[in-house]
Every structure is written in structure tokens, then in C-alpha cells.
Design a protein around this ligand. Structure first.
Ligand SMILES: Cc1cc2nc3c(=O)[nH]c(=O)nc-3n(C[C@H](O)[C@H](O)[C@H](O)COP(=O)(O)OP(=O)(O)OC[C@H]3O[C@@H](n4cnc5c(N)ncnc54)[C@H](O)[C@@H]3O)c2cc1C
Length: 406
């Protein structure tokens, strides 16, 4: 694996050191081990713990819970670099760093934060985020059929979830269910679940060609699964607000991961265009191939700058939902264009396992839907631009910026 410094954005020295350390971790520890783990079908717990110990997940967490407090700009750099070099491990940036533990940090009680956050960001425990249901991910409140019924000092959860990443291995998750069938989006409640602690939880990985066989997404069924009262996250009925807030922060990691994937397509495309000779010249000498590379180089640069602006907005504690949609939508489009350009440059060899193009394209397709599809982002962006709905109306910064409380 060649280290190719992303050419289009200069990082401040401290963030470039972070990026380099992620690069070395992937090169020296993940890549040598992953083939064997995939052949054995073993979930890479030890590697995720190594990532946690190396600080990959703690950048937006205070030192008191084991974080580094480097901020959202560092999260963006780490997520981009992991995704550029080993995109399947990019999932961890959501589940070990953002949508699961950061949601607990933002909404949990002091006791919940102390019980769950340090182990998640250290990679000692595996996280998950259970929002989507079989009835459709684009309208999670409308589609939500899972219920949580009070039973003494606990809740009993029933229903099913779809596409829940790491659900087959998770120790701790944030999961949403209905506590009031008649209250629409206001009838949803968030819970911190511990799948291994009580019966009634079943997760089955969904087979997906081109994605990781071990870092899987699952169908989950809940059959009188018990969650103690002490693990309710926020108030009853507050769950959908919590979910939207979690997705806002999740869009930072997803957009950064898309930039990393687009950067990888660009780098592989450039290397191949320089070495592959057709008609006596490297194909990179042909202007139509140059056009693909030129467009991509500019788009990747622009997408990274939008993500950097999103991170800066979050680091300033300002409402970030608008810029999150812009960054996620543009990064997603850029990554799709990158996959298409790489496929064109590699032609038949894009399909060969010898090159990573199909692997990268699989993750690009996957991330195009995560944290809101392109259509959903476009609707949000257009309604905001038209003045119908302010995209930042419900945006809520990280807890440490709210009321000055950490
Ligand atoms: C590999 C993978 C991992 C995932 N991991 C997780 C996870 O860990 N946790 C979790 O909760 N979810 C997860 N998801 C779910 C993901 O968030 C959803 O797939 C996504 O929200 C889209 O939902 P859907 O696939 O049901 O598409 P649908 O909602 O069925 O949408 C289908 C199409 O209709 C379009 N559409 C829908 N509504 C509108 C509208 N109002 N206007 C215009 N167009 C519209 C969509 O844009 C899309 O093109 C994961 C998904 C995948 C594929």
C-alpha cells in the first residue's frame, strides 16, 4: 500500500500526524490480519480494540471518558483516512465513535455515560445504532413498528430492525422503539440496549456481495427483549429528536468516508492511467482519460472542503444540519462519480479482484444510502433554499456547547 498524501488539501501539522498514524495502523496491523479473519469468518474485535487504543474513536470525547478532545476536524481526517485505506473499517467511525457513543454522550445521564462510553470508544465493546426498519429507512418515524411496553421497572421491546450494522456482535447499542402508538414521531423513545444481557434478541447478517463478509449489517428481531428503565436514553417520546441529532453528527463521518473512497478511486485511477499502455502510450496521455481525472481531482477537493466546513461548524458549536446535508450530498455524488470514472479507466480490470475498484464501488453504493439517501438530502436542501423549511430549525450542537454544560 503506497502512502499517497491527499494532494488537494493541506492539513494543519497536528492533523496530518493523526492521519499518518491512522495510515500506519491500517498498513501495519489491519491489512496483514484481515485476509485470515475473513477466511475464518471471525469478527475483528482485536483490531477494533487496537483502533480504539490508538485513539481512532475518541476525538470528540472529553479526556474524562477516555477521549482526546481533538474535535470534529480530527474525526473527519480519521474517517477519511480509514475509508481511503480500508473502507470496511470505516463502519467503526460511526458505531464506535459517532452514532452510538456520541449519542450516549450527548443525551445520556452521567451514569449512562460512565457505564457505556469509555468501553465503546476504546473499542473494548462493540456498538450499534438501530433506527431503520423493514418499512423504509427514508421515513424512519413513519415506518417504525417496533414497540416498547413498560413492565414494572423495565421495558419489553418487540419488532424488527433492518440493515443494523454490527448487530450480530454488538455489546451496546442505541435503539429506537415506539412507546406511544398514537403520537407519531413524538411517540418514539431511545434505549441503550445490551443485546448479550437478556434473551429475545436475534441478529442475522445480510449477505451482500462486494461488502465485508465479517463487518456485516443485519436483520434484527426483538421478541420481548427486556431493557431496564435505567437504560432509557432521554425522556419517553424524545427518541426521534435524539435520532435526528445522531444522524446530523453521523453525516460528518459518512461524508468523510465518502471523500476517502473518492480519493482512493482517484489515486488508483491515476496510478493505473500512468502504467497501463494502449496503442503504445499510457492511457493517461489520452485527453478523454485526462478529462475524467481532472474532473475527479477538482470534485474530491471540493467535497473535502465542504466536509471541513461541516467539521468546523460542529467544532464551533453552531447548528450544522444545513451544511451536513450539503456535505453529505456532495460527497456522495463525488464518490459515485469517482467509482464511475475508476471503472471507465480500469475497463475490464475494474472487475478483477486483483484491483480494488469493485470493492471501493460497493462501499460507495452503501454509503450513498446511509444517514439519508441523495433524494432525502436534496429534498432537505431544496426546501431550505426555497424558504419552506429552515434546515437548521431543529439542529442541536454537541452537548458541551449547550447551556455551556460539558
Ligand atoms: C450496508 C448498510 C448498512 C446500514 N447500517 C445501518 C445501521 O447501522 N443502522 C440503521 O439504523 N440503518 C442502517 N442502514 C439503513 C440506511 O440508513 C437505509 O438503507 C436508508 O435510510 C435508506 O432506506 P431504505 O434502504 O429503506 O430506502 P427507502 O426508504 O425504501 O427508499 C427507496 C428510494 O426511495 C427514495 N425516497 C424515499 N422517500 C423519498 C421522498 N420523500 N422523496 C424522494 N425520494 C424518496 C429514496 O431516496 C430511495 O432512493 C444501513 C443500510 C445499508 C445498505
Amino acid at each position: 500500500m503506497a502512502e499517497l498524501i491527499p494532494p488537494s488539501t493541506r492539513l494543519p501539522p497536528e492533523l496530518d500526524l493523526v492521519r499518518q498514524s491512522v495510515f500506519r495502523l491500517v498498513r501495519d496491523e489491519i491489512l496483514p490480519a484481515i485476509g485470515r479473519l475473513e477466511r475464518e469468518g471471525t469478527f475483528p474485535r482485536a483490531l477494533i480494540a487496537r483502533m480504539g487504543a490508538a485513539g481512532c474513536f475518541g476525538a470528540t470525547f472529553p479526556e474524562a471518558v477516555g477521549g482526546s478532545d481533538l474535535g470534529f476536524a480530527a474525526v473527519a481526517v480519521i474517517a477519511e483516512e480509514i475509508s481511503r485505506t480500508r473502507p470496511d473499517f470505516g463502519y467503526c467511525m460511526n458505531l464506535q465513535a459517532m452514532t452510538c457513543p456520541f449519542t450516549i454522550l450527548n443525551w445520556g445521564t452521567a451514569d449512562q455515560i460512565a457505564r457505556f462510553v469509555p468501553d465503546l470508544i476504546a473499542g473494548r465493546k462493540i456498538g450499534m445504532f438501530g433506527l431503520t426498519e423493514p418499512g423504509g429507512g427514508s421515513d424512519p418515524a413513519g415506518a417504525m413498528r417496533s414497540t416498547a411496553r413498560r413492565d414494572g421497572d423495565s421495558y419489553r421491546l418487540n419488532g424488527s430492525k433492518q440493515w443494523i450494522t454490527f448487530a450480530h456482535e454488538a455489546d451496546t447499542g442505541v435503539l429506537f422503539a415506539r412507546t406511544d402508538a398514537a403520537a407519531g414521531a413524538r411517540g418514539i423513545t431511545a434505549f441503550i440496549i445490551q443485546p448479550k444481557e437478556s434473551p429475545g434478541y436475534h441478529a442475522r447478517p445480510i449477505a451482500m456481495r462486494n461488502l465485508s463478509p465479517i463487518l456485516a449489517s443485519c436483520t434484527v428481531s426483538l421478541d420481548d427483549f427486556v431493557v431496564p428503565d435505567a437504560n432509557r436514553l432521554g425522556a419517553e417520546g424524545e427518541g426521534f429528536r435524539i435520532a435526528l441529532n445522531a444522524l446530523e453528527f453521523g453525516r460528518l463521518t459518512v461524508a468523510s468516508r465518502q471523500v476517502g473512497l473518492a480519493q482512493a478511486c482517484l489515486e488508483h485511477g491515476i496510478a493505473y492511467a500512468r502504467e497501463r499502455e494502449v496503442g503504445g502510450r499510457p492511457i493517461g496521455r489520452y485527453q478523454l482519460v485526462q478529462g475524467l481525472i481532472a474532473d475527479l481531482a477538482v470534485e474530491v477537493h471540493a467535497a473535502r472542503l465542504l466536509v471541513a466546513e461541516l467539521a468546523a461548524t460542529m467544532d464551533a458549536g453552531e447548528p450544522a444540519n444545513r451544511i451536513a446535508s450539503h456535505a453529505k450530498y456532495f460527497a456522495s455524488r463525488t464518490a459515485k462519480n469517482a467509482a464511475s470514472a475508476a471503472r471507465e479507466i480500469f475497463a475490464g480490470y475494474a472487475l478483477a479482484d486483483e484491483y480494488p475498484i469493485s470493492f471501493l464501488a460497493g462501499f460507495i453504493d452503501m454509503l450513498a444510502v446511509g444517514e439519508g439517501t441523495a433524494n432525502v438530502q436534496r429534498v432537505l436542501i431544496a426546501e431550505d433554499a426555497l424558504g419552506f423549511k429552515d434546515a437548521n430549525r431543529a439542529s442541536l450542537p454537541a452537548r458541551k456547547f449547550r447551556n455551556g454544560a460539558a
